[in-house]
Design a protein around this ligand. Structure first.
Ligand code: NAD
Length: 492
């Protein structure tokens, strides 16, 4: 791989590729050690400039006929999909995601996000309300939506182009402009996506890309021209943003601590399939990963034995190889946290079974048996390829442990009994509960988000629009008949 040069190592502001005025960011592939490029990061002044450019471009973008905006978004779907291979290879280099995972990210999620947002905008309807304040037939109350203005999109490393794309697509679809700060671990793949906007016919200044680390993101959050913030990342960063954002609208999608509950009557093989996907897809670096597996004592040994056998066959290795099922972790910080959680569990008495050796950022699939709810691995997000099994004696105990976390993103429960599934589904305090399905299952047109410290709203399809639009009420008086008695107002 040759070093990336030119535009992909720069920021994109107002249609021009430009260098920031901050410190240099040395981008290299953590897992292979390959240098990728050096990027001059954006300072507070660079961020100000990008936001001003987005503000200036917004009225014309919002004034474009909806069908024209929609056509441009559909074109984005086509051009991003056509560049799948190049972008997927870059994400794999930057993060260590396997090539099959990164191709899936572009073709299944990132590119179609623009098409889906376009279709959603076509169906974003208003409302006509009855008049209740006045005894007349003169009033017409119409609820409409208008774009908020400039949306900041701040994205994480694990689905770098997908998560950013769903936010950008829906923000643009309803007439906002965007300033996007991608993860410092994935600046080049994100620049590749940003570079395609001009090709799809997006006017200059409608999407702006600013490169940098946390300080650049913080400057964007503080910027007075930003009207709404779509952030996806860790709970710690999300809480910082919530404090800084003041009265700006925020949509915060944060960490998860997904419980997978396996009850006494479960289809144990299906539950093992769910745990494999939940614990080892993307080496466990998914917000909806199965972070705690709560297994009823009557099926515990069978579950552990089947899971162990499956883990032994998992193909771990070079993420560019199509046969590889699990690649490395993205960075040292993630590796350090995974190691610390496993060590804490070992120190407190859990049995640790590892299928392979640690090698750089490659962490072996790890099964922990005898985990208890007080261990760090059961209390905080680990974000690595670990299956921590907690034995439980009853459904009630499983639900109580599942609900004891501050994080409430996605949960799953395996049972053959409909009433139990329903009751447990209702009792779990999570944003999504999957029945007889992995924690990692989600639907792109269904509301997604968490409770507690997992987030503050719902995203995807129409649920984005609560953050990306302002609701406006237009009250008309037709003024062609005598004014009515405003009884209700006088009483108030
Ligand atoms: P992170 O919080 O370290 O970084 C996310 C982004 O925030 C990056 O672009 C980073 O530069 C930026 N940032 C850092 N400090 C900032 C600040 N003070 N102000 C503004 N921006 C700042 O997260 P990560 O390690 O990239 O991603 C992993 C985390 O994201 C996990 O916790 C995972 O669960 C979570 N996540 C959640 C969802 C979801 O939908 N709930 C989806 C994917 C990932």
């Amino acid at each position: 791989m040759t070093t990336v040069q030119g535009t992909l190592s720069r920021s994109l502001i107002g249609g021009s590729w430009t260098d920031g005025h901050g410190e240099m960011m040395h981008v290299r592939s953590g897992w292979s050690g390959t240098p990728i490029t050096d990027i001059a990061t954006c300072t507070e002044a660079d961020v100000r400039h990008a936001v001003q450019v987005a503000e200036a471009a917004q009225p014309a973008w919002a004034a474009l006929a909806l069908v024209d905006r929609v056509e441009i978004l559909r074109e984005l779907n086509r051009v991003i999909a056509a560049n799948t291979e190049e972008i997927a290879q870059m994400i794999t280099l930057e993060t260590g995601k396997t090539i099959s995972e990164t191709r899936e990210e572009i073709l299944e999620y990132s590119a179609p996000a623009y098409q889906k947002a376009a279709e959603e905008a076509l169906r974003h309807r208003g409302l006509s309300l009855p008049s209740t304040q006045e005894r007349s037939n003169n009033k017409r109350l119409v609820l409409t939506h208008r774009p908020v203005g400039v949306v900041a999109v701040i994205s994480p490393y694990n689905f770098p182009t997908d998560i950013a794309s769903i936010g950008i697509a829906h923000a643009l679809a309803v007439g906002n402009t965007v300033v996007w700060k991608p993860s410092e671990w994935t600046p080049v793949s994100c620049a590749m996506v940003a570079a395609l906007f001009a090709e799809a016919g997006v006017p200059d200044g409608v999407l702006n890309l600013i490169q940098g680390k946390g300080e650049t993101g913080a400057a964007l959050v503080r910027d007075p021209g930003v009207d709404a913030i779509f952030f996806t990342g860790s709970t710690a960063t999300g809480e910082r943003i919530a404090r800084e954002a003041g009265l700006k609208k925020t949509l915060l999608e944060l960490g998860g601590d997904g419980p997978q509950i396996v009850l006494a009557d479960a289809d144990v093989e299906a539950a093992v399939d769910g745990a494999m996907l939940g614990c080892f897809y993307l080496a466990g670096q998914v917000c909806t990963s199965a972070e705690r597996i709560l297994v009823h004592e009557s099926v515990h040994d069978e579950f552990v034995s089947l899971l162990s056998a499956r883990m032994a066959t998992l193909r771990v290795g070079d993420p560019t190889d199509e046969a590889t099922e699990m690649g490395p972790l993205c960075n040292e910080g993630t590796l350090a946290r995974v190691r610390a959680h496993v060590q804490d569990a070992r120190d407190r008495g859990a049995e640790v079974r590892q299928f392979g050796e640690e090698d750089g950022l490659f962490y072996p699939p790890t099964l922990l048996v005898g985990v208890t709810p007080d261990m760090e691995i059961a209390r905080a997000e680990t974000f690595g390829p670990v299956a921590p099994v907690i034995k439980v004696a009853s459904t009630e105990e499983a639900v109580a442990i599942a609900n004891s976390s501050e994080l409430g993103l996605t949960a799953s429960v395996y049972t053959r009994d409909l009433a139990t599934a329903w009751r447990v589904g209702e009792a779990l305090q999570h944003g999504t509960v999957n029945i007889n399905e992995s924690t990692n299952y989600w639907d792109q047109l269904a509301p997604f988000g968490g409770t507690g410290k997992s987030g503050n709203a719902r995203e995807l399809s129409q649920w984005f629009f609560g953050t990306f639009t302002e609701t406006k009420l237009l009250n008309f008086d037709l003024n062609d008949q005598p004014r009515g008695d405003r009884r209700v107002m006088r009483q108030a």
